[in-house]
Design a protein around this ligand. Sequence first.
Ligand code: 6R9
Length: 650
Amino acid sequence: MSTPIRADERHDDGPTFAPTAAFVADAVAGEDLHTAATADREAFWADQARSLLDWRTPFTRTLDWSDAPFARWFDDGELNVAENCLDRHVRAGNGDRVAIHFEGAPGDTRRITYAELTAEVHRAANMLTDLGVEQGDRVVVYMPLVPEAVVTMLAVARIGAVHSVVFGGFSAESLRARIEDAGAKLVVTADGGWRRGAVSPLKPAVDEALTGAGTDTVEHVLVVKRGGNDIAWTDRDLWWHDELAKAAPEHEAQAFPAETPLFILYTSGTTGKPKGIVHTSGGYLTQAAYTHRNVFDMHPEKDVYWCTADIGWITGHSYVVYGPLANGVTQVLYEGTPDEPQPGRWWDIVDSYGVTVLYTAPTAVRAAMKAGRQIPEARSLESLRLLGSVGEPINPEAWQWYRQVIGHDRTPIVDTWWQTETGAIMISALPGVTKLKPGAAQTPLPGIVAEIVDEEGHRVDPGESGYLTVTEPWPSMARGIWGDPDRFVETYWDRFPGRYFAGDGARLDGQGDIWVQGRVDDVMNVSGHRLSTAEIESALVGHEGVAEAAVVGAADETTGQAVVAFVILTAEAAEGVDRDAVAKELRDWVGKRIGAIAKPRQVVVVPELPKTRSGKIMRRLLRDAAEGRRIGDTTTLADPTIMATIAELM
Ligand code: 6R9
């Protein structure tokens, strides 16, 4: 496989794929959505909110933008998010429909209907109340991808509390920092989860996190038994199954105002400290449901949908939990990795549940390409009718392979651009409307207004590149950064006044289609996961042997980008040093401080970093070295010879 083609090297005149007549005939979304949204954007969103959700108190105000950029949507309306995802489907006579086909990594399965999931969440909501969790309290969720994680999120939502899911791959220190920032009252975890045939413990990281500073707010740790591994036990620990058994089965859902906070989700920014992105209830759920229904062409009575994301990321929030459940769809939830215990496990899951719509990340597609087409070709995959992509730009080569090999040359592919901050999909093709263009996210969805602008904030002409901005408020937009409103304004709204700037560069082609080119700031995208260079650098310099560190994201065939770190050791550490041993130690160190996903692919011990005379590290040159390119212009460096030395050390 060749190196992924960068978006800015692509051309407008590649192949396009028009929707087939058969697809159009049965498509949920038609051209009329665009017409309605263009005619009156706010009225369009109000219609979506009313038709997709059940409101206990109907709203009369659609948008209050008077305190911009802090939006309030549908704010005099009241609803219960969990009731919208559960009870109303049961009341509508769909209680017997499967909500979740769970497949554990070791092969255990559970089939959970909407009636069963509703009953479980009722009990869990009572359990949380019994444990003293009240409206507005924060509950941190640190769990494997098992049904109890979904139940926890919905139970927290049901009582008007706020969840903050921390990806199970994050370290004890990352977990501690998030518990502290959110001031969590309760942590829900599991003894361990399954990964590649073995139990990967989770509870020990919670124990370690809670020995750290700033975690006194935590009153209890609720533990789901999943791995069966031995764990330490303290007075504050409680077994999920014991507490659930004690809780009453019936739960009357209370209605909450639309702007009630629903969750906090931490994401990497350009500084070392992760930001707690806050989402609220009515607007978020409206856009999660609207995008899920229209972009994935959901026919809840017959589709089997599968989004492969973990609930620790925004994709898992909006397209595993809230979107699909609000729409009453049947979905697959799989705990493991694509290729355990054998290559092709994912494709076996598609066949065994008859998955019709699959939503995954380009990095997974490229890994499947690398493993070889003979693996999916040995499976049927006939049930698939629509494929989705998210997390990073999908190079046209991977797009074509995804369509041919997985989609048998007939399925549309929707490339969906959005972010933790946007809450739900913003730019994507509509499968029954748009002529698909491999590699381009294409058009803002009906109701969304996005523009590409130059340095001065002026719209670029077709054929040009610039910064991707959103010009009008949207229902699922972040309502702020937890505990730091100023940072929200500075980070997203100051660069281009009146516009939300997402941190991505993009190109507008001759037909008005948008090609997202990736981050223009110091945020890396590794396997579709956001990592901050500053955060990894600060972890590295936290090691006693490291004097200075610079981190770059280097292009990588499979993961999109990979972390490459350049470090200067302290004089003591540098003495008689074994470079390989140091590199390994520092990789593990970063894994321990942040999490395995942040481990550098390469750690290069260097005598000096390329700095300008004013002392600014020139990451551009380090990226050249990390990608094995000819080193660019070094004339502004304080020491122009340093790059030659570094290139030799690679
Ligand atoms: C949903 C999610 C957001 C960043 C975003 C951008 C990149 C996501 C993309 C894409 C090109 C797509 N990104 N989808 N780039 N095409 N279809 O991934 O949220 O984890 O917050 O990351 O991911 O760079 O700014 P999040």
